[in-house]
Design a protein around this ligand. Structure first.
Ligand SMILES: [Zn+2]
Length: 286
């Protein structure tokens, strides 16, 4: 039986991690195209304005990850002559950035400013149609760098962080069901022991430290508990879902996205509903 794991090439996390942007980007190229979620332009610009190691073209972004958006951003990025694309923001911006970088043949840097899902480390982009219904999935390269500034994430509304916990909590249950059924993962084959260990550590960290981390995030404090849970929901869950496999929780989520009433809920919130439903389906104990 062939097993597989995929990873980002490099991962940096901590309060003030974005202060390392210059030397980190320089490892990948000299000219950078920065795709910045409109909501965080003010927060991110100071980290880009004074970079001496690389030159930066900034491009504010608002919208969803659709095929049309990906093509537009890829065209603008190509015109910039940059060889590195760095995306700052939430899942939509990261997915657009990852897809546009692939289309334009550029290195990709994922810089999440919220921890609302396990998408930042992955090589997967979820594509939606104009009505916000999930229409497909692009399997691309994993990021060349993921840089997670926990001080920035602590400043974001706590709802995002809680949604990330919902997405992360499902990871071990879904990986375990893939292991039991010898199901293939998104990466093509069955999962590795490392992916399952990452998923288990993700679940244990959330259960042990999640409650305190949520309180800390609500108070906008970048504490060790918040730091540990961000590592769980971004890095461990990222490796866990992509190399351990997805199951009923995400399948139910995908179905929910077809109902207009669920449009106002975040990915991780719908996955959490899917996780609870899947536990009922499999007749788990209370
Ligand atoms: Zn997910």
């Amino acid at each position: 039986m062939i097993r597989t794991s995929v990873f980002p090439r490099r991962y940096l996390q901590g309060a003030g991690a974005l202060h390392q942007l210059g030397p980190e980007l320089k490892r990948l190229g000299n000219k950078v195209f920065a795709l910045i979620d409109q909501f965080v332009v003010d927060q991110v610009t100071p980290y880009l304005a004074d970079l001496t190691e690389v030159s930066v073209v900034r491009h504010p972004f608002t919208g969803h990850c659709t095929h049309a958006t990906i093509e537009t951003i890829a065209a603008v990025a190509r015109q910039s002559d940059a060889t590195v694309l760095v995306a700052f923001g939430g899942g939509s911006v990261l997915d657009v950035g990852r897809s546009a970088a692939a289309a334009a043949g550029m290195a990709f840097v994922s810089a999440p400013t919220i921890a609302a899902s396990d998408a930042p480390c992955s090589g997967i982009s979820i594509v939606y149609d104009d009505k916000g219904v999930m229409s497909g999935r692009l399997t691309l390269r994993n990021p060349d760098l993921v840089i997670v500034d926990t001080a920035l994430i602590a400043k974001a509304p706590v709802r995002f962080f809680v949604a990330g916990i919902g997405d992360g909590l499902a990871t071990w249950y879904e990986a375990a069901s893939c292991r039991r059924s010898h199901s293939a993962t998104i990466s093509g084959f069955t999962g590795t022991a490392l992916a399952h260990a990452a998923a288990q550590l993700c679940r244990d960290t959330i259960l042990d430290r999640g409650r305190q981390a949520v309180a800390d995030c609500r108070a906008h404090l970048a504490t060790p508990d918040l730091d540990a849970v961000i590592e769980a929901t971004v890095l461990l869950s990222g490796i866990g879902f992509e190399s351990g496999g997805l199951g009923a929780a995400h399948a139910i989520h995908n179905g929910l996205t077809m109902l207009p009433q669920t449009a106002k809920f975040m990915h991780g919130e719908k996955v959490a509903v899917g996780l609870l439903a899947s536990l009922f389906l499999s007749e788990r104990s209370d």
